[in-house]
Design a protein around this ligand. Structure first.
Ligand SMILES: [Zn+2]
Length: 91
């Protein structure tokens, strides 16, 4: 099971999410920004879903999502900027 942010692009194994104890049942949050998370069945399906975004014009989306695991960015543009700057830094 994985958790993914609804307010950011963070996602990772659910064990890495912040647990919010509540009488109605535990909820999960991004450990970086505290934004609410939803659950998804597994990593493979999540990345498969990301691939589908490429079919509707989001080129490179799967690659971005795979890289962004464990990282918190508010927008795809922010994530792309960070991804590109790190790729450049590596040469
Ligand atoms: Zn976050």
């Amino acid at each position: 099971m994985i958790a993914y942010g609804t307010l950011c692009l963070w996602w990772d194994h659910v064990s890495r999410a912040t647990v919010l104890r509540a009488p109605t049942g535990d909820r999960f949050a991004c450990p970086r920004c505290g934004g609410e998370c939803r659950l998804y069945v597994n990593e493979e399906s999540y990345l498969k879903m990301a691939s589908r975004f490429e079919l509707i014009g989001f080129a490179g989306h799967r690659e971005l999502i795979a890289w962004v695991r464990g990282r918190c960015y508010r927008t795809r543009a922010d994530a792309w900027a960070a991804y590109r700057s790190r790729a450049l830094a590596r040469g």
